[in-house]
Ligand binder design. Structure first.
Ligand code: PAF
Length: 280
């Protein structure tokens, strides 16, 4: 079993960071780890000399109406999983360390945060980019790994890194799915058995659109309608948005001519799920 060093304070982080062989990979997380997170840790382990993982449930990326305290947590289990996956250092800062009283510095990425998740969750990406910039500053990794499931998050972070000249390579790793197609997410634990079954409409609708694309369909609206039909046929599902957009800047398109992101947010009961598929 790998020796995992666990730290909380910035001083302990910096001391431990200084002893790690480089290049260092960072896997930022909010904990309650699943196979998706562990695939990032394992990939980093196989590609780099050291792997740092952060666990911090970042309050500033939640809306005031979200129940931050209800976010699932299981630190003991997370630690055991990280030891097994081969992480070297785990940083678990407290909210007071990340946001001390009178905190007042924010990182705001402009255009690309406006559509999709940004439109439905105002302020969310300001919280994400601020905390990720702080994690990058404190840990100074050479590479950072994110799950492609949060496709807009990846695009926003890549934009931030380019715009702020951060010397960090951003790697997006493929979505890890359950055997029946449901994309892995910490939020899946909120689903009751009927909702868990209903949640399959997300991946099924993406499959329907992908198969139309593979059969030559290039009209974006036709793909959107195909996805909508699958979702609307499920009584427990309520569609929040569906998108067929260019992969880099996330603008809605009419015709698929280059790399394209199909994405969606759907409420299954009270649980909001997202999923996506890259075409081309
Ligand atoms: O994807 C997540 O879990 C979070 O948004 C991140 C990147 C850890 C920032 O809090």
């Amino acid at each position: 079993m790998n020796e995992l060093k666990k730290v909380i304070t910035l001083k302990d982080l910096w001391d431990a960071r200084a002893t790690l062989p480089t290049p260092i990979g960072l896997v930022p997380t909010m904990g309650f780890l699943h196979e998706g997170h562990l695939s990032l840790v394992k990939r980093a382990r196989s590609e780099l000399a050291s792997v740092v993982v952060s666990i911090f449930v970042n309050p500033t990326q939640f809306a005031p109406t979200d129940d931050l305290n209800a976010y699932p947590r299981d630190l003991e289990r997370d630690i055991a999983l990280l030891e097994k996956a081969g992480a070297n250092l785990l940083w678990m800062p407290t909210p007071e360390i990340m946001y001390p009283p009178d905190y007042q510095t924010w990182v705001n990425v402009d255009k690309i945060t406006k559509p999709l998740e940004g439109k439905k969750r105002p302020g969310h990406f300001r919280g994400v980019t601020t905390i990720v910039a702080k994690l990058f500053n404190a840990i100074q990794p050479q590479v950072a790994y994110f799950g492609q499931k949060d496709a807009q998050q990846v695009a926003v972070i890549k934009q931030m890194v380019r715009d702020l000249n951060m010397p960090i390579e951003i790697i997006a790793s493929p979505i890890i799915r359950e055997r029946d197609g449901l994309a892995m997410s910490s939020r899946n634990t909120y689903l009751n058995p009927a909702e868990r079954q209903a949640a399959l409409v997300l991946s099924k609708s993406l499959e329907a659109a992908k198969s139309a694309y593979q059969n030559g369909e290039r009209n974006a609206q036709i793909l959107r309608v195909k996805m909508e039909e699958v979702i609307n046929a499920e009584p427990l599902a309520r569609l929040e948005y569906i998108s067929c957009a260019d992969y880099d800047q996330l603008n809605e398109i009419e015709k698929i001519e280059k790399k394209t992101l199909l994405s969606m947010a759907v409420y299954i009961g009270k649980t909001r799920l997202i999923d996506n598929e890259v075409l081309g």
